[in-house]
Design a protein around this ligand. Sequence first.
Ligand SMILES: [Zn+2]
Length: 491
Amino acid sequence: MATSNATPEDAPDEPVSARPEGVDATSAAIAAIIDPLTENARQMSAIHAERARLLAELHRLGQQPRIIAGLRGDPVETGADDPDTQAHGPAWGDVELAERTLATEVAGALRLHSTTARMMIFNAAHLVEKLPGFQKALAQGRISWAHVLRMQDVVTGAPAEVLPALEAAVLPKAEKLTATQFGRVAARELERLHPVSLQERADVGASLRRVVLQPDVDGMAWLNAYLKADEAQAGYDRLTRIAKSLNDADTTDQPADGAEGGGEVVLRTMDQRRADAFRDLLLDGECAGGMGRGIRGTVHVTVPVLTLMGKSFEPGMLEGYGPIDPETARRLAGTAPSWDRILTHPETGCMLSVGRDSYSPPTDMKRYTEIRDQTCQGIGCNRKATHSEIDHTVPWNKGGPTAVGNLVHLCKACHRLKHQSSFSTRQTPTGALTWTSPGGKTYTREPANPIGGTSVRTEVSPPQQPTTVEKRPAEVPNPTPPPEIDSAPPF
Ligand SMILES: [Zn+2]
């Protein structure tokens, strides 16, 4: 179902005299539809909550001995005594028999595949039993079903004991953010609460690295890319041949810049060698004719200062992904010849404002807002800040300064919407951006990232290759007033 982008707030007490004639009629006409639409979304959430309650109730039924007894078939056919039934495989246990039977009952009633029905029952029971706060918020229409699904994705595999604290911490965010935005916040919060460190889990994950080739229909196959089946097969075969040719004698763990403990021979499994070959070709390989030569992927990581100094195990944040283990974050920081420090205090030297001296923000100011915003700050928009433009919230030609409290990232589409429509924005010094819609509603985007880390932008190479850092063009001060639509060059 559709999700609301933000929680509607009361319209601000702004003077309306400056608004063009006809605006109030426009606003009223739009609000006459948006208000019942909001109510409709609330009701749909409540209906989802009721469905979850019913399915969870069915799940509970399937755990009651008297119900299980009623679900068993003819004793002769249960499989325990009957060689014919045994021929179809061992008989299911009570719990599995109940789950499958009741799921099929739901599948028939709702015209679903039984696997879909079983998953629905599982999710419903999980919601009602493990996330009661989310169930209640859904019933009251404060969050959508999409938020529930995102929360369940995030907590997959998380220990049950962290769920109550996680739920309490992130539910208020679910009421404010889109499901996608909420998922990122919830994943970050889970890292804070998880009893097993991300480093330990990442180490286990890395040991399981592998390349998987999956045949698909219509002459296609998956090799983590949708390719022609023959090419996928050939690629997989080549990786296997390369992996076989890799001599593990020289795949020792290289010591990191004078650190102790390097030089140890680490034997890699065939799966690991194939995955490493895949990574090296992807990051450093060239296409026919030398295409791709010199083109390197860039990632953007924020590392807490204490983690960088090795005094904390707080995860780094990989833009577009989420938390990453401290060791990888430190390695990325260590292989970058330099990195931008994103500073929280004026005395640390970060320029937070150049006032009216320059229209274009200097590099460190751009980086500050980029880390703060992470994404376009348009309503419900998730385009990366790095692919967005910088907007002066109070326009330069109306006296707006070039200062972090007046700069915000907007993608091209959101930027145009702001300038060309009757949407308008207000910004707080901390970067929260409030949009006022033509329908008279206001929607606030809080800054995506509390700033306090050290930001690293680095090109990614296989671990033992030298790494270079993206070069930024030198700043050219531009005191000239801008054209009507203010924008900054992409950076
Ligand atoms: Zn946008």
